[in-house]
Write a protein that binds this ligand. Structure first.
Ligand code: BGC
Length: 803
C-alpha cells in the first residue's frame, strides 16, 4: 500500500553523497520553491532559517524559528466541554534577518525575473554550510555573478551568518544592497488541513519594545503576545573594503534596513558578511538585557570573522559525522545522499535543543505549530541516546520540568499522578481535538519508555534517581488510576476510553499498544522504586518527599501490570488492536482512489472510526518496541494482518513497518518501506514538505537502518544484533555510543564486524551469542546463512479487505 504521489525531477538534485544540490532555477523548478525552502533549511536545534532565497523573494513560506518561542491564543470551539484546553500555543516567527535585496541601477535583482546564466545551490552537509552561486546577464549584456554562503552556527546557538560576494565580468555596475531585518506577515492558513493549526488573527503577535541602532548594526526587541516571552534579534555587517560602499541605516519600530550603495567593477568583487543574532527569554526579562545579549553575540561573531565561523562550523559538523554517520554501499547513487540528508536533519533539529523539546517539524516549517509530541521520545530519542547522550538527557529533563503542569492536568481530568500533554510547547495541553489528542494517554508510557532506554543504554542512573523516578511514579499512578480490574474480563486490568497511536480508531477500550506500554511503565516504576528503597536510601527518601509515595503503591502497580488485559482473538490468533477493532467493517480500499489519501482530508472522522483502516503503525509499533513479549510467529502473524490495513497517512508509519518487516524476513518489503521513509521529504511523498520536514520519520529512518537492517535490539539494556542486509546492498556501517564507549558495526552479507573505537570492553550479542569486545581486538563474525527465501504472509488475500 505504498502510494508515491509526487517526485521532483531527478536531475534537480544530482547524486552527491555529501551534498544536496539544486542546479537549475526556472519556471518549472519554481513549483519546488516551497519544498526547497524546507530541503535547504538550516538550523541548530535552537534557531532555524528556512531555505528562502537570499533576496527574500520570490518566496513561498518564509520563516525564522526559535525553538519554543511562542505566542498564546484562545482556542475557539463551536461547542465547549469540560477539560478542553482553552489556551493554544503557536510558534511565531521573529523578524527575518536573511533578506539581502540587491538592486542593479534601479532594477531589483530577482531570480525569477533575471536572465540567469548559472544557478546552483548546494547544501554541504559535511560542513553544515549552504552555498549559492548565480550568474546573470543584464539587458545591456553586462554580466554579474553573486555568491552567498549561509550558516546557522552549530557552536553558538544564537548566531547565524551570511557571506555575500558580488562580481562584475565586463563593466562596472552601480548597485544598492538592502540588508533587512523585517517582520513578515502571518502565513495564510489552509482551512482544510488541520495539521497547519488554527488561523492566527491579524492582531499583533509581536509587540515592539525598543531598538538599538548603531552604524551597520540594528537590534530590535519584541514581546510575544500572550506568553510575554521577550525577544531581541539583531544584525551587523562587515564590509571587506568599507570605503567602496556608502552606508545608511533606516529603521522603524519593528524593522530595520542597512542600505549599502557603491560600484562593483571587473576584477574588484564586493565582499561583505552579515551576522544574525536571536535571543529570547521568559516574560519579565528586561528588553534591554535581551538587546545587550544580542549585541554580545554580534560582537563575538564580528571578533571572529566569517572565515573563522566557517572553520568552526566545519569542525562541529565533522564531530557530528564521526558520531553519527551511516554508510550504505550499494548500487544506487542517490541513497547515501538521502540517508545523510536525514541524519543532517537530526543534527539540525537537536544540536542545541537544550532546555527545549524537539518539534514535530524541527525548526524547518510551520506545520503543527512547533508543538512537541511523542515523536521526540519514540522516534528521535533512540538516535540521541546512541549518538548524543547529553542531548537525550536534556530532552528528558525538558519533560521533567513540565511534570508539575502534568500533575495539574491529571487533577483537571480527575486522575491521580501526572498526565503529560499530547501536544505542547509550554507544558500545557494544546490539543483542541481530544479524540486524537488528550485521549492519547500512551504518551505517558512513551516518556517512561524513553527514560528506561536512556538509562539502560547510557548507564546514567543518577538521572534516574534524581529525576526519572519521579516521572515514573507519577505516570504509574496515572495508569493505576485510569484502568480498573474488570469483572467482565475475569478481573483483568482494563484501560478504556483511550486512543493508541492510530488516529483512525479513537477513544477505544484496551488498545493493545497502550496496555502493553502501560504495563512496562507500571513495572519499571515498581522496579525503580524498590531498587532505590534498597540501594539508594537518600535518593529514595527524596523521592518519597517529592511524590508522597506510599509503601504499598509499588505492589499495586505490579498487580495491575501482572493482570493487564491484552486483547487476543483465538480465531485469527492475533492481538486485536483494541476491543472493537475486529468487529468493524473492513475499509473498502479497492474503491478508494489514490487522490483521497490521506483519508483524514477527505472523510469525516466517523467514517474512519467505524472501519478497519489504520493511519499508522500501532500494534506493529508494539511488535518492535516490546518485541521481547512476542514470539517470532506472533510477530509475523500480527504484522501480516495489520500491514495491509495501514494507509501510512502519518509519516510515523513506514519506518516502523520497515523494522518489523526486516525482523520477519520480508526484506524486499522492508527495503521498500525504508526507501519510502528515507525519501519522505526529499521526494515530498506526503505532498506537504513545504510546511516542514517530518522529524519523526527522519528519526525513524535512522531506526530503520540501525534497528531494522542492523537488527539492534536493546530490551533490558542488553545490546543484541541480528543483522539482515537487503539483497541489493553490499554493506551497512554505523557507529553507536553505548555507556560512554563507541562501537562501530559493519554488516555485510557474509560477515558482521564489531570494532570498539572508544572504550575498553563491551559485551554485546550477535544472533543470540555473547560477544566480548575489547579495544585491542575488532571482531568479525562470519554469517553464512543459506539464502533465506522470504516467508509467505499468513493471511490469504481473500481474508483481507479488497485493495
Ligand atoms: C500523527 C501523530 C504525530 C503527529 C505529529 C500525526 O499525524 O498521527 O502520531 O505525533 O502527527 O507528528
Amino acid at each position: 500500500m505504498l502510494r508515491l504521489r509526487r517526485r521532483p525531477p531527478a536531475d534537480i538534485f544530482p547524486a552527491d553523497p555529501w551534498a544536496l544540490e539544486e542546479t537549475r532555477f526556472g519556471p518549472e523548478v519554481q513549483d519546488f520553491l516551497g519544498q526547497a525552502e524546507t530541503m535547504f533549511a538550516l538550523a541548530n536545534g535552537h534557531l532555524g532559517l528556512r531555505g528562502t532565497l537570499d533576496e527574500g523573494a520570490p518566496v513561498r513560506e518564509p520563516g525564522v524559528y526559535l525553538n519554543g518561542f511562542h505566542i498564546l491564543r484562545a482556542i475557539t470551539y463551536g461547542e465547549h466541554a469540560y477539560g478542553f484546553p482553552r489556551v493554544g500555543q503557536s510558534l511565531v516567527n521573529p523578524p527575518d534577518a536573511t533578506p539581502m535585496r540587491l538592486h542593479v541601477g534601479s532594477e531589483p535583482f530577482r531570480l525569477d525575473r533575471a536572465d540567469l546564466t548559472h544557478f546552483s545551490r548546494r547544501l554541504d552537509m559535511r560542513a553544515g554550510l549552504l552555498e549559492r552561486r548565480v550568474a546573470w546577464r543584464l539587458p545591456t549584456g553586462q554580466r554579474l555573478a553573486l555568491r552567498t554562503l549561509r550558516l546557522v552556527s552549530l557552536e553558538d546557538r544564537n548566531l547565524a551568518a551570511i557571506g555575500w560576494e558580488l562580481s562584475a565580468e565586463d563593466a562596472a555596475a552601480d548597485i544598492t544592497l538592502h540588508s533587512d531585518l523585517l517582520m513578515r506577515p502571518p502565513l495564510p492558513v489552509d482551512p482544510v488541513d488541520p495539521r497547519l493549526g488554527e488561523p492566527i488573527s491579524a492582531r499583533r503577535l509581536l509587540v515592539p519594545t525598543g531598538q538599538a541602532v548603531q552604524g551597520l548594526r540594528a537590534i530590535l526587541s519584541h514581546e510575544a503576545f500572550g506568553s510575554g516571552l521577550v525577544l531581541a534579534c539583531g544584525m551587523d555587517h562587515v564590509i571587506e573594503e568599507p570605503g567602496r560602499l556608502v552606508a545608511e541605516t533606516e529603521f522603524r519600530e519593528d524593522c530595520a534596513t542597512v542600505l549599502l550603495r557603491g560600484q562593483v567593477a571587473p576584477g574588484r568583487p564586493l565582499r561583505l558578511w552579515k551576522a544574525l543574532a536571536y535571543h529570547y527569554d521568559v516574560a519579565g526579562t528586561p528588553a534591554e538585557e535581551l538587546r545587550t545579549r544580542a549585541g554580545h553575540t554580534l560582537d563575538h561573531a564580528m571578533g571572529q570573522g566569517m572565515e573563522a565561523l566557517v572553520g568552526r562550523q566545519r569542525l562541529h559538523a565533522a564531530s557530528f559525522w564521526d558520531r553519527a554517520d551511516i554508510e550504505v554501499v550499494d548500487s544506487g547513487p542517490h541513497r547515501q545522499q538521502v540517508i545523510r540528508w536525514n541524519l543532517f536533519q537530526l543534527l539540525q533539529a537537536s544540536a542545541h535543543a537544550e532546555g527545549h523539546g524537539i518539534g514535530a517539524r524541527g525548526l524547518t516549517g510551520r506545520s503543527y505549530e512547533g508543538h512537541y509530541f511523542w515523536d521526540t521520545e519514540i522516534y528521535v530519542l533512540p538516535f540521541l541516546v546512541y549518538s548524543n547522550p547529553p542531548m537525550a538527557r536534556s530532552v528528558l529533563m525538558f519533560r521533567y520540568r513540565m511534570l508539575d503542569k502534568a500533575r495539574d492536568r491529571a487533577r483537571e481530568l480527575g486522575h491521580r499522578g501526572a498526565c503529560f500533554p499530547w501536544r505542547t510547547i509550554d507544558g500545557r495541553e494544546a490539543s483542541a481535538y481530544y479524540a486524537a489528542g488528550t485521549a492519547q494517554y500512551h504518551i505517558n508510557a512513551d516518556i517512561a519508555f524513553a527514560i528506561r532506554k536512556y538509562v539502560e543504554v547510557t548507564g546514567d542512573s543518577v538521572f534516574l534517581y534524581d529525576h526519572g523516578a519521579e516521572i515514573l511514579v507519577e505516570t504509574a499512578r496515572l495508569w493505576r488510576d485510569l484502568g480498573f480490574f474488570s469483572a467482565r474480563h475475569e478481573g483483568r486490568f482494563c484501560i478504556n476510553g483511550v486512543t493508541g497511536p492510530d488516529e483512525y480508531n479513537t477513544v477505544v477500550d484496551n488498545n493493545l499498544f497502550t496496555n502493553l506500554m502501560a504495563r512496562e511503565n507500571l513495572r519499571y516504576a515498581a522496579d525503580t522504586a524498590e531498587a532505590m528503597a534498597r540501594d539508594q536510601p537518600a535518593a529514595f527518601a527524596e523521592l518519597v518527599r517529592r511524590t508522597g509515595l506510599a509503601p504499598e503503591e509499588p505492589a499495586g502497580w505490579r498487580e495491575a501490570a501482572a493482570r493487564m488485559y491484552l486483547p487476543w482473538d483465538e480465531r485469527l490468533r492475533i492481538h486485536p488492536q483494541d476491543d472493537s477493532f475486529l468487529d468493524k467493517e473492513p475499509w473498502d480500499f479497492a474503491n478508494t482512489p489514490a487522490d483521497r489519501y490521506p483519508l483524514l482530508l477527505h472523510y469525516h472522522p466517523l467514517n474512519l472510526y467505524r472501519a478497519q483502516v489504520i493511519k499508522q503503525a500501532d500494534t506493529v509499533l508494539a511488535l518492535f518496541l516490546l518485541g521481547e513479549h512476542f514470539t517470532d510467529a506472533e510477530t509475523k502473524r500480527n504484522f501480516d494482518y495489520y500491514d495491509p490495513l495501514t494507509t501510512h497517512d502519518s509519516s510515523l508509519s513506514v519506518c516502523i513497518q520497515a523494522i518489523v518487516a526486516a525482523e520477519i524476513g520480508y526484506l524486499s518489503k522492508a527495503l521498500e518501506y525504508f526507501e519510502f521513509a528515507a525519501a519522505m521529504d526529499i521526494s515530498d511523498l506526503g505532498g506537504n514538505v513545504v510546511h516542514g520536514a517530518h522529524i519523526a520519520s527522519i528519526g525513524g529512518t535512522w531506526m530503520a537502518l540501525v534497528h531494522g537492517f542492523g537488527g539492534l535490539r536493546d530490551h533490558g539494556g542488553r545490546i543484541c544484533f541480528d543483522p539482515r542486509l537487503p539483497a541489493p546492498w553490499r554493506s551497512l556501517r554505523f557507529p553507536l555510543t553505548i555507556r560512554g564507549q563507541r562501537l562501530r558495526v559493519e554488516v555485510r552479507h557474509d560477515v558482521t564486524s564489531y570494532r570498539l573505537e572508544v572504550g575498553e570492553k563491551l559485551v554485546v550479542f550477535h544472533a543470540g551469542a555473547e560477544v566480548v569486545l575489547t579495544a585491542a581486538e575488532p571482531l568479525a563474525i562470519r554469517d553464512t546463512p543459506a539464502a533465506r527465501p522470504e516467508p509467505v504472509p499468513e493471511f490469504p488475500p481473500a481474508a483481507m479487505p479488497a485493495g
